[in-house]
Design a protein around this ligand. Structure first.
Ligand SMILES: [Fe+2]
Length: 285
């Protein structure tokens, strides 16, 4: 079993790095953590960075997950190798670019690009966004899947994710106590379906709803409240069509042995208690 601790970053290719930077700072409310040739790093919490935009193909999207120890990382590499995944061991330069001690890269059964990383950098410097979006941190990703049963098995049987709830056949899976760190989303192509940042509360959600609309940003869902995680949410479109989400009030699961996953209808009520309907077509391509 591959023991993952948390989701730690997303790396997104873009054909317009300056445009992506403008959006990340002025709309999303992230803080610039640093620059490398052809890449910009963004901070949303105590971690050195939680998002990196780099010059490249917008379909080049990677999600990083933290693993506990060097032994765990080597064991994970061997396990993935045995299962037929081509495993790339990060070079020193690649590790420096990610601000991690070591990592392995591979594709999950869907073809999503995944990195398991060791000791990602944390900084002593708190996050300060220039726009007051109320962000408290990067929290979860939605990953595309064209075979939910296969991909749920990978994350829960090869790795240590646990299903908290399902919407239709799509599982919301936790790695720690947060209701979900990974949500699978039915889609025919691999990629990141959405990137979630937590915000402080209802005021932040509502203020951002007005802010993004005033700035001609496409709102794809919300404001609403998820019946699964209890979180209030707002989904909107970012550079290269990526969906970003703010949410607040996600439930934590501390009674691990007692929690039983629940089943919710796929749409519309499984997604929102308040009656907001997701624009599924706008979520991807
Ligand atoms: Fe989400």
């Amino acid at each position: 079993m591959i023991e993952l601790k948390d989701v730690v970053y997303c790396r997104l290719g873009t054909t317009d790095l300056e445009g992506a930077k403008w959006y990340a700072v002025n709309i999303l409310g992230l803080e610039i953590a640093g620059y490398r040739p052809g890449a910009i790093y963004f901070k949303s919490d105590d971690r050195q960075h939680t998002l990196c935009y780099f010059e490249g193909n917008p379909e080049d999207q990677t999600t990083g997950f933290e693993i506990g120890s060097a032994d765990d990382l080597n064991r994970a590499g061997a396990t993935l190798d045995k299962l037929g995944h081509a495993v790339h061991y990060g070079s020193r330069e690649e590790c420096e670019l990610r601000h991690v001690a070591a990592f392995i890269g591979f594709k999950d059964p869907m073809g999503n690009q995944i990195e398991f990383v060791l000791r990602p950098d944390t900084t002593a410097k708190a996050y300060h966004g220039t726009r007051d979006a109320g962000i408290t941190g990067f929290s979860h990703v939605g990953l595309c899947s064209n075979d939910l049963e296969r991909d749920e098995k990978f994350w829960t049987q090869v790795c240590n994710a646990r299903v908290s709830d399902r919407i239709g056949d799509a599982p919301l899976m936790r790695l720690g106590t947060i209701h979900h760190s990974i949500a699978l989303f039915p889609f025919h192509k691999p990629g990141i379906q959405h990137i979630n940042h937590q915000v402080g509360g209802t005021d932040d959600i509502q203020r951002s709803f007005n802010f993004v609309r005033e700035n001609q940003v496409n709102v794809t869902f919300g404001p609403g409240r998820h019946p699964t995680s209890s979180a209030e949410f707002l989904y909107f479109t970012g550079p290269e069509g990526m969906t970003f989400e703010y949410s607040s009030g996600v439930v934590e699961i501390h009674d691990e042995p007692l929690w039983r996953d629940r089943q919710f209808h796929f749409e519309p009520k499984g997604f929102c208690k308040w009656g907001s309907a997701p624009n599924i077509a706008a979520f991807k391509d």
